[in-house]
Design a binder for this molecule. Structure first.
Ligand code: EPZ
Length: 417
């Protein structure tokens, strides 16, 4: 097991290049199952979750090669319809293979994902969407067992906005007979990117990026080529790194239009943010002001930036309030931040953070991907040596985070724990 060590106190400066989006790459990789032949995906981030999805596709019989950030997936050889527990339990996004397997092979056996640090993460919306498209779906011994003579287009209304369920339903509907309309669909840029890839495959989709997505089923899809959009959460994380160290960082290869809610919250906190169409320059010269954060589906404030913003508010002037509306108790970073003398009170889905002039270094433990990012951010300004253990969490979603941060002037390195 490895740990990341940070000697806090450095102001960051310089330029960081944002990698391709994990949450866009994963569904697009699954979508390649929909067509026999070679799809090519450029700007794929070097992440554990990407290798897990690569392994998943190979388990299904596809051949996948990754060369310098470009994935070539040949799904012609797909001959299995089973997504095994060993893989699904390590990455919930594996459930994205359900829709494509059903659409192309009319059958799928996908392990139910396990829970995660923030309580159960059900897939009921995925399953009801498949049933509404005409599939028979049962749960047997921890597996989703689905089959369909043929899939027929339907109106599907999602009770709650779900990125994964929207993606799975959209992929399945591409090869269904007739028209499907998804209502209360997720509007995340990663859904728009998935729709763009499916359209390149020959799908007929309109409305992606809005809450109403219409899909006219087609008879077959062809392999396609695309490039993954930049990761808006990685971009947000480095924006907070600049703010928390009172530094100046150029965040390059990003899409500021995907980061509006984070930009406006940082500006409200007194951080200076200048933007062009593919870059952000983030600078701060003093402690941030406290702000109120309420997470919501896109374009609201992203739940995946809640922990990172909380680290910043731990050293703000004044008291901040965080309302987490997407997940129950997505506050596992709180006890670890408290070890760094943060003053945070949690009641239900509300965390109240009283800003302190400084944080203290400590040995802390990562519990999930974004919590580990928050602990690293806190370590950047804590006095002394902070050690973050269980950093396999961070490698799921951040490409070489310690390398990118040390290139910005942080004193940070990786060690055997
Ligand atoms: C995606 O997860 C992201 N993961 C998550 O990012 C992100 O936090 C989440 O969307 C919300 O933005 C990927 O894209 C790979 P949801 P997903 O379905 O699709 C409930 C990260 O850090 N729900 O939008 O699994 C669910 O429990 C990860 O990169 C149901 O009740 O999220 C949650 O409370 C963490 N039934 C809410 O909906 C369902 O069938 C939103 O979940 C599905 C979801």
């Amino acid at each position: 097991m490895e740990k990341i060590v940070i000697q806090g106190g450095r102001r960051l400066s310089g330029k960081v290049e944002i990698a391709g989006s994990k949450n866009a790459a994963l569904p697009i990789m699954a979508a390649s199952i929909l067509a026999p032949g070679k799809s090519v995906l450029a700007n794929v981030p070097a992440l554990r979750d990407v290798s897990t999805m690569k392994q998943m596709l190979e388990t299904l019989g596809a051949s996948v090669s990754l060369d310098a950030g470009t994935l070539t997936i040949d799904a012609a050889g797909c001959d299995s319809f089973e997504a095994p527990y060993e893989l699904v339990r390590t990455m919930r996004a594996s459930v994205y293979v359900l829709g494509p397997l059903l659409a192309r092979f009319k059958r799928a056996r996908v392990s139910l994902p396990g829970g995660c640090a923030w309580g159960p993460r059900p897939v009921d919306l995925h399953l009801s969407a498949m049933r509404e498209l005409g599939a028979e779906v049962d749960i047997e011994h921890g597996y989703i067992v689905a089959s369909a003579e043929k899939l027929k287009g339907r109106e599907i209304h999602f009770e709650i906005s779900s990125v994964g369920a929207t993606g799975n339903a959209m992929m399945a509907a591409c090869l269904a007979e007739g028209r499907t309309v998804l209502r209360n669909a997720a509007c995340e840029p990663e859904i728009e990117a998935l729709a763009a890839f499916l359209t390149k495959m020959g799908a007929n989709i309109s409305g992606a990026g809005t809450t109403v997505i219409a899909i006219e089923g087609v008879r077959e899809l062809k392999p396609a080529q695309d490039s993954v959009i930049p990761d808006r959460i990685e971009a947000g994380t480095y924006m907070v790194a600049a703010a928390i160290t009172a530094g100046t960082v150029r965040v390059a290869n990003c899409i500021p239009a995907h980061c509006v809610s984070v930009i406006s919250k940082l500006a409200e906190a007194g951080v200076q943010v200048m933007q062009s169409d593919s870059e952000l320059i983030v600078s701060a010269s003093r402690r941030p002001e406290s702000v109120a954060i309420t997470t919501a589906p896109y374009p609201g404030f992203p739940t995946d930036m809640q922990a990172q913003m909380m680290a910043l508010m731990c050293v703000a002037e004044g008291t901040s309030v965080f309302v987490e509306n997407i997940y129950r108790d997505r506050f596992t970073h709180v006890p670890e931040l408290r070890r760094m003398n943060a003053d945070i009170k949690v009641e239900g889905n509300v965390a109240t953070v009283r800003g302190m002039p400084a944080l203290g270094s400590a040995q802390v433990m990562a519990t999930d991907l974004r919590a580990s990012a928050a602990l690293i951010l806190a370590g950047l300004i804590a006095d002394g040596r902070t050690e973050v253990s269980r950093i396999y969490h961070i490698d799921r979603g951040y490409e070489r985070i310690e390398k990118k941060l040390s290139a910005l002037g942080a004193e940070i390195w990786r060690e055997e724990a």
